[in-house]
Design a protein around this ligand. Sequence first.
Ligand code: ADP
Length: 363
Amino acid sequence: GKGIAVFTSGGDSQGMNAAVRAVVRMGIYIGCKVYFIREGYQGMVDGGDNIIEANWSSVSCIIHRGGTVIGSARCTDFRERAGRLKAAHNLVSRGITNLVVIGGDGSLTGANLFRQEWSSLLDELLKDQKISADERAKYKSLHIAGMVGSIDNDFCGTDMTIGTDSALHRIIEAIDAIVSTAYSHQRTFIMEVMGRHCGYLALMAALASEADFVFIPEDPCVNNWQEKICHKLIQERSAGQRLNIIIVSEGAIDREGNPITAEKVKQVVVDKLHQDTRITVLGHVQRGGNPSAFDRVLGCRMGAEAVLALMEANDNTEPCVVSLDGNQAVRVPLMECVQRTKAVAQAMADKNWELAVKLRGRS
Ligand code: ADP
């Protein structure tokens, strides 16, 4: 059978284990040899025990666990050709020419580069007599299928990234817990949530928790945000509300591009309204805990689809990302999505928020 390797790379997210499990089981089911690569690209470069064959039961009892049981890492070696040469040797010597990468846009970019270089890497291995001419011919093309694991939902080309739904659950649990104490003491709470330059988690959390105000990177507040927020908080309190909740996305900025931090917001509320105000920074709690049912099922479906995509690939097939389109698992061109995701980051840096939002939407 064909050799497939699966690995997780970059930041972890809930549901990655479900995806790994689906790749292993679907691969074995259709007669492939499936390998785990531990610690992302680092394991691919280092080889040895980091690349091990998986069997049916080696992915039992992982679907309900957060994070990634096969480990993830950031790897500088893989950014250099010398590292990628070692990685290619480690794969070819095990008969692996199919990769399933679960990670963010950086990890997918690395995979694409690896595939582009594959031919020349094999030529170099042949020249150095690390592989035979037979092996050079047999393993001539590398196939890649990606899945996006990220709690931020910041990738263009999929409606949901694996882990976002679980992170949102974690945030809502935390806000619900804060609300009960805020109610008792008539406090105002400012919650900082993750998302880098994507406001998805903050916006959805605000909707689901009945927050009074939300700051997100894609919609920098008009310059008088200080007045607007005070007006809103006073309005709520005079309508009988005992508490206020304000959500701040970690990437929130004003029109000048200056960060809007929980600290800045607190200063305004305290100085102008003299409300008893507290900050809660949720931090890595959002990445932790068990994956939601949605993320488990998403990982299962995407993992199975990724294996099918690899099996159908020929020498000319471009790498794909398995993504969610409405309720369908579909294959979309990997590099197009990566480039669009990078264009969003650039548009945000250029303060062209309208373009950023447009690029982020469905094409
Ligand atoms: P994410 O995948 O979550 O965006 P990173 O950007 O940190 O996370 O990328 C994860 C790893 O992918 C890096 O540590 C590196 O090994 C590899 N990688 C990222 N970008 C490239 C690149 N341009 N060329 C080669 N490898 C890369």
